[in-house]
Design a protein around this ligand. Structure first.
Ligand SMILES: [Zn+2]
Ligand SMILES: [Zn+2]
Length: 277
């Protein structure tokens, strides 16, 4: 089975619209994908539509940005009921928070002599959830930075002068919201967090269902550590490429993250979701 449960579209900060993401997945002969845009499920209906006439199975997902003190924790929600009104309401609040955050970051950039128009940043995000990559693109257009990475390194990264954290949304709340919507809560890219073993243990107490063991930048050593943590805490293991765009050489990393073939990831997710029906 070719499975990739972590990808973004223009509904958040990806480059291709949901139907195009589905096309690319079909080209890569995927069996199952999940669309997991940041703080929105707006792309799901058109991804489902696009997959309708194909063999591809699309799982309704989301990647929620939550914060522990000031540190971001990304939680993936899978098999969500996308018509559950409280989920839609909460996602609206989170998205408005994203606009407010960009306005604050723009103010900080102006204060250091780098004027940017908020409208331009929002236009770059289109109808999707606005985020720091859009702000970085606006800075690049102005010639303030030499690349997106340069914008993060010098100004808007977590240590940058213009950095503003997301509004507070605790991981516990994110997990609860996913469960209420009938979904399964999975910690995204645990390797991005220092002390991930402690974080996972704390989140398990809050009801965490799984961890993204197989992620595109996880080393074999880290994967093996996460594998045993998942076993120990009885967690579902998931796989994700975090696809946003094609690479410079035109390749796309959809489906590029390998996992043991005996692992039935999709079935484990479905079984776990039974708990929240
Ligand atoms: Zn993430
Ligand atoms: Zn992601």
């Amino acid at each position: 089975m070719r499975v990739d449960l972590h990808m973004h579209s223009t509904a958040s900060d990806g480059v291709y619209n949901p139907a195009e993401v589905v096309d690319i997945a079909v080209t890569h002969q995927m069996d199952v994908i999940a669309l997991t845009d940041h703080d929105t499920i707006q792309g799901i209906p058109s991804a489902l539509d696009a997959a309708n006439q194909t063999q591809l199975q699309v799982i309704a997902g989301v990647e929620l940005s939550s914060q522990d003190e000031t540190v971001d924790r990304h939680l993936l929600g899978y098999l969500l009921n996308i018509t559950y009104a409280p989920l839609l309401d909460r996602l609206d609040v989170l998205r408005n928070g994203r606009v407010y955050r960009i306005q604050e970051m723009v103010q900080k950039l102006i204060a250091v002599g780098l004027p940017i128009e908020v409208e331009r940043v929002l236009a770059l995000a289109g109808t999707g959830s606005v985020g720091r990559p859009h702000l970085a693109r606006a800075m690049l257009e102005k010639g303030y930075v030499s690349s997106i990475q340069d914008a993060f390194d010098r100004y808007i990264g977590d240590e940058g002068v213009a950095y503003v954290p997301h509004s507070q949304f605790a991981p516990t709340e994110a997990i609860r919201l996913i469960h209420e919507a009938g979904g399964v809560a999975v910690l995204a890219h645990p390797g991005h967090y220092a002390q991930h073993a402690q974080i996972i243990e704390a989140l398990v107490a809050d009801g965490l269902d799984g961890i993204e063991v197989y992620y595109y930048d996880h080393s074999p050593k880290l994967i093996s550590e996460l594998y045993w943590l998942a076993k120990h805490h009885d967690l579902v293991m998931t796989v994700g490429s975090d696809f946003h765009r094609r690479e410079a050489d035109g390749s796309a990393r959809i489906g590029s993250v390998r996992f043991p073939p005996e692992l039935d990831i999709v079935d484990s997710l479905r079984q776990r979701a039974e708990r929240y029906r």
